[in-house]
Design a protein around this ligand. Structure first.
Ligand code: F6P
Length: 540
């Protein structure tokens, strides 16, 4: 393959004389902040505290041009077959298009079907909220339990927490993903079967963890309310109608989506049903509209002022030139606390690949390790390493000028704490970039330990407040960043073969007894230990 590494743009980029100091870049370019602050939708993105200058930006843009990122964005948004290894489109942008517009997926207008399902979801949610749809004993359904994993869990769970001020009064949503019995047990411990609705969410409806949990949940309902109650207490979200039927959920209790929606891109599809039940259809639609706003902006904005392209390029710079292995995402927002976990699947399942589209190995690093926790908690945990450790970890900070909707008004007690929160974020980004020199440290013992080298890159993303639309904008922004990076690296961001082998081996082991020698010596020894300890020994 002649990949990006053979282009002059790439060879120039990796050989460039890197800027030495972020502080130096500020000192020599008074227009830096203005040049490197971009807007997209309601988001303002300050890239100025990255180790890039005009020359580096020009070289990165040349790489984007060689990779033809602009055309790739167009192909994605036009529903072309971009997921080549699975021979299908990645049509998630169609899920958030406004009603009345076309939504092409592989040459077919899918908008009528998409909006048909959305209409069914809204009507079902309206029925549950109004009490028209009730449980088998006539109780209102007020506890929603989403059973799903990966993309059938992370998006709706993250968004349900993020949209806390929009939670519908009297409804509560819970999310069960882990096959560890503790997860479902913990969830159900204080729920009343009579008022509980299970949403079994699985694109394939073959995922072992989800089906195992769904079966136990079914037994819980049957045990309390009888077999007939299942119909009133279970709905499914899936692309696999036959498997849903087989599980015992009728066709009209299934909300479909399509194989061209990747699990980690499925939040605005029927996979968002639990979220819609939890926050209402208006908030859900505002989130979808926020996503669409970003899709259109990313499609129509030239690369140099396109926040998604520029963030993707800064990520390429940090990964491929500065050699940063990981990237931290630190939302200064309690409500966004699951956003890093959500991004982990989005980014790492999409770009954690080393084989390129033509089958050749990538001769450069691809997707970074993504991790994070909300601020300010993170400051009292791992941020020490980001400031003074031996690894450079670029950070994306995300913060909001105002507290979440519905909190106490400006000047009130929430506002004071919110101000502290926001200013802490600015202080962190500032300290990372500019550090503290030996001269600034008061003389005394161990003064060297108090020196901060600085020069650690970060990006700051801000918006006025975390509304449903802004949440959608953040999600779509990161989706496009991941896509553009995948395009430059020449990998398919839309398959996930890397998760298959472990699943297959787990199935193989299900039949393996203590003396099974068909594995490997380590697994064999651990199996023997397991069978010994799980059948009565003290487990030592
Ligand atoms: O974790 C692997 C994966 O295949 C993800 O891509 C997907 O989101 C998840 O499993 C759940 O799959 P399903 O929705 O089919 O149960």
């Amino acid at each position: 393959m002649t990949g990006i590494e053979t282009s002059k743009a790439w060879t120039d980029l990796v050989a460039v004389d890197r800027p030495r100091s972020i502080a130096g870049l500020f000192a020599t370019d008074p227009g830096r902040v203005e040049k490197l602050t971009l807007s997209i939708g309601d988001l303002v993105i300050d890239l100025s505290k990255n180790l890039i200058d005009d020359h580096v930006v020009a070289m990165l843009l040349a790489v984007a041009e060689v990779a033809d990122a602009e055309a790739a964005i167009g192909r994605l948004l036009d529903g072309s077959v971009v997921n080549l290894t699975e021979g299908r489109a990645a049509g998630h942008a169609v899920l958030r298009r406004p009603a009345g517009t076309r939504g092409m997926v592989d040459g077919v207008d899918m908008a009528p079907e998409v909006h048909g399902v959305l209409a069914r979801m809204r009507s079902f949610v309206g029925d549950v909220h109004s009490g028209r749809r009730r449980g088998a004993t006539g109780h209102r359904l007020t506890s929603i339990v989403n059973i799903g994993i990966g993309g059938s869990d992370l998006g709706p769970r993250m968004a349900y927490e993020a949209l806390r001020p929009h939670h519908v009064e009297g409804m509560r949503c819970r999310f069960v993903s882990n096959v560890d019995p503790a997860d479902l047990e913990d969830c159900l411990s204080d729920l009343d079967p009579a008022s509980t609705l299970f949403v079994v969410a699985s694109k394939t409806f073959t995922t072992a963890e989800t089906l195992a949990n769904a079966r136990v949940a079914r037994n819980w309902i049957v045990g309390a309310l009888g077999e007939k109650a299942v119909a009133s207490h279970f709905v499914a979200v899936s692309t696999n109608a036959a498997a849903v039927r087989n599980f015992g959920i009728a066709d009209d209790e299934m909300f479909p989506f399509w194989d061209w929606v990747g699990g980690r891109y499925s939040l605005p599809s029927a996979i968002g049903l639990s979220l819609m039940l939890g926050v209402g259809s208006d908030a859900f639609d505002q989130m979808r509209a926020g996503m669409h706003l970003i899709d259109e902006a990313v499609r129509s904005t030239p690369a140099h002022s396109n926040a998604a392209v520029m963030m993707a390029l800064v990520g390429i710079w940090n990964r491929n030139v500065l050699g940063c292995v990981s990237k931290a995402v630190l939302p200064y927002s309690h409500d966004l606390r699951r956003f890093p976990a959500y991004l982990q699947q989005l980014d790492m399942e999409s770009n954690g690949k080393s084989t390129r589209l033509d089958g050749s190995p990538a001769p450069y690093e691809t997707g970074p390790i993504v991790w994070g926790e909300p601020g300010t908690n993170s400051q009292h945990a791992f941020v020490q390493l980001i400031h003074q450790g031996t690894s450079i970890v670029p950070v994306d900070f995300i913060g909001f000028a105002e507290p979440a909707d519905g909190m106490s008004p400006v000047g009130g007690p929430d506002d004071v704490r919110h101000r502290t929160l926001f200013l802490n974020m600015l202080a962190q980004s500032r300290a990372l970039a500019f550090g503290r020199s030996r001269d600034e440290v008061p003389a005394g013992p161990f003064a060297d330990h108090r020196v901060f080298a600085g020069n650690r890159p970060s990006t700051v993303i801000v918006a006025r407040r975390l509304s449903p639309s802004v949440l959608g904008q953040l999600v779509a922004l990161y989706e496009h960043i991941v896509h553009v990076q995948g395009v430059i690296w020449g990998i398919n961001s839309f398959d996930q073969f890397g998760v298959e082998l472990g699943k297959e081996m787990a199935l193989d082991l299900a039949d393996a007894g203590p003396n099974d020698r068909g594995t490997d010596p380590s697994t064999h020894s651990l199996l023997r230990w397991y069978h010994g300890s799980s059948s009565g020994s003290d487990g030592g």
